[in-house]
Write a protein that binds this ligand. Structure first.
Ligand code: C2E
Ligand code: MG
Ligand code: MG
Length: 561
């Protein structure tokens, strides 16, 4: 063999080595590294390394170097067996010390990247607490190791008002707050169980403002209750964020194993349900899971499923409640209210399903049905010569759909119903929150004759400037405002002031849930225009409603008042 041929073979061999090295590094990048930027770094490393070896192949083609590179090739192939630790072979260190140093430092970087990727995959980068994945696998292990007779506890901690802080002070401060919360949780949890390594609780941040704590072994439910109270107390102390003092709270759900579940998944679900109860009861408290909560939760799931079918099976119906003018004594119109004709449970009230429909988004389809039903009903009434106005309720989620207003207009146009016969009721909070584009659409509808009302006024918080500038005709007082006007002077003062305020911005007042003649009398004296309530009529099916209006019973309003 000539020297030239030997060199060619050696170069070919070295180029192959470069290819193999590049391949192995790329493989490592794909298999072990999770982050895209790490993959890119590793791919670059592979490329650089490939070039380096090719360079060496071209520049130093003697047999000792070829042997060193063969050893290096073996070393690189050992990566396939998971060896990222061994240094560059001695022959490479001896003959090509710079290359050996480069290989060692590259391996060190790959190792660090992988460790980093693992850490990122297991710990929450903000609080350094274990993340959801890590928590689940660790808690699973701990639960598996506990004594059969002992009890474990799962706590689900959700912060109250965190979103408000995050929105108003910004995400950086929000993160700072989460770190402080995590530290307070650490202190409470560790102080309770210091020195008891086997029972060491596992604290984690699941997501957002949700934390979990798993206690592998607890003495008693009371003990956990006490601890939950200490956590609530610790989180209720103000947090000093730069120059701000921030008040938040914690709602805690507790589930106990084996009573409420024997797997981490079941315990987390139960603790989550209990946490929702703690939150819906006002927050800043803890709640222990129980059978009643389980039944309620099951009911929610069943309702969700049945509601989806109800939309397809057309199980909804509208009832109508008259609104009486206290000025003329005439029927001023009516409100269409939704009922679900449940196949087994009979007629269900909106309070039992509207919240579920809103949460699942089904309210959009249900709302569309309401609009088309109101359009059809008004079309028929219009043809029969009854030109009373019909109000109906709009959920805030409905107006989020970009085609909501176009569809609404089309439904009434198709039914031959002028827009002057409809009234759209928005809840106070929805009215305050909708964006400028929706407000423009509402204003355009109003310009075309539709009336706009705010429903349940007095339950949310009203921005008075918005109230003044909003395209608005009527404000419906929330029943809670008028409930005590017969017996309470304070209640009367408030209602009088609210009526003056509403009239001051040029709107009509409708009082809802008026149940007694005395209430109607007081409201009339205060200048309330219209009343809706059991004192005149309950919501009725369409045939009852038309019979009621035809019988002229609505003319009684003046005498009642
Ligand atoms: P709302 O729009 O404020 O409707 C008035 C509620 O007060 C109705 O309850 C009505 O039956 C009730 N009510 C009327 N007079 C009296 C009274 O004298 N005393 C008492 N205690 N209550 C009275 P309903 O039908 O159960 O509806 C509850 C809520 O469900 C409605 O409150 C409305 O927010 C929502 N809702 C009803 N229909 C629809 C709908 O089609 N779409 C949407 N998105 N929500 C609806
Ligand atoms: Mg209403
Ligand atoms: Mg209302």
């Amino acid at each position: 063999m000539t020297a030239g041929t030997a060199q060619k073979i050696s170069n070919a061999f070295l180029s192959c080595t470069a290819g193999a090295a590049s391949f192995v590094f790329s493989l490592v990048a794909l298999l072990f590294l999770t982050e895209l930027d790490q993959k890119i770094v590793a791919a670059l490393v592979a490329g650089v390394f490939c070039l380096l070896v090719s360079y060496v192949a071209a520049e130093r083609p003697n047999s000792e170097n070829a042997r060193a590179l063969a050893a290096l090739s073996d070393r690189l192939l050992a990566v396939e067996d998971g060896d990222l630790v061994s240094p560059a072979p001695a022959s490479v260190q001896r003959n090509m010390p710079k290359l050996a140093a480069a290989v060692d430092s590259l391996f060190a970087e790959v190792r660090a990247s992988i460790e980093n990727a693992h850490a990122l995959g297991m710990y929450d980068p903000v609080t350094s607490l274990p993340n959801r994945l890590h928590f689940r696998s660790e808690a699973d292990k701990l639960l598996g190791e506990t004594n059969r007779d002992s009890k474990s506890a799962m706590l689900f901690v959700d912060l109250d008002r965190f979103k408000m802080v995050n929105d108003s002070l910004g995400h950086a401060r929000g993160d700072q707050l989460l770190i402080m919360v995590a530290n307070r949780l650490r202190v409470v949890v560790n102080s309770e169980f210091a020195g008891n390594a086997r029972n060491r609780p596992l604290l984690a941040r699941l997501a957002g403002d949700e934390f979990t704590i798993f206690f592998p072994e607890v003495e008693s439910v009371e003990e956990i209750g006490r601890l939950a109270r200490r956590i609530v107390l610790a989180i209720s102390e103000p947090f000093e964020l730069s120059s701000h003092s921030v008040d938040i709270g914690a709602s805690i759900g507790i589930a106990i194993s084996p009573d409420h579940g024997t797997s981490i998944e079941a315990l987390m679900r139960a603790a989550d349900i209990a946490m929702y109860r703690a939150k819906s009861s006002g927050g800043g408290q803890h709640c222990l899971f129980d059978a009643e909560l389980q039944a309620e939760h099951q009911q929610k799931i069943d309702t969700e499923k049945a509601l989806t079918e109800a939309v397809q099976k057309d199980e909804f119906v509208l009832v109508f409640q008259p609104q009486m003018s206290l000025v003329t004594g005439e029927i001023a119109g009516a409100e269409a209210l939704l009922r679900w004709n449940h196949p087994r449970e009979g007629l269900r009230l909106p309070a039992t399903f509207i919240p579920v429909a809103e949460r699942t988004g089904l309210i959009s389809e249900i709302g569309e049905w309401v609009v088309s039903e109101v359009a059809a009903t008004l079309g028929a009434w219009h043809r029969d010569g009854f030109d009373g106005r019909l109000a109906f309720n709009i959920s805030p989620r409905q107006v989020e759909r970009p085609d909501f207003f176009a569809k609404l207009r089309a439904a009434f146009a198709d039914a031959g119903v002028p827009l002057s016969l409809i009234e759209l009721e928005f809840t106070e909070s929805a009215a305050m929150e909708v964006g400028a584009a929706v407000l423009d659409e509402i204003a355009a509808l109003r310009d075309d004759g539709a009336r706009i009302a705010i429903d349940d006024f007095g339950t949310g918080y009203s921005n008075l400037a918005r109230l003044r500038s909003m395209p608005l005709d009527r404000v419906k007082l929330d029943p809670s405002l008028i409930a005590d006007i017969e017996s309470s002077e304070k209640a009367r003062v408030i209602v009088q002031a609210v009526i003056q305020l509403i009239k001051g911005v040029g709107c009509e007042i409708v009082a809802e849930a008026v149940e007694t003649v005395a209430q109607a009398d007081i409201l009339r004296a205060m200048g309330c225009d219209t009343v809706q309530g059991f004192v005149f009529a309950h919501p009725m099916f369409e045939d009852e409603f038309t019979a009621w209006t035809n019988a002229g019973r609505g003319r009684d309003a003046k005498s009642v008042a």
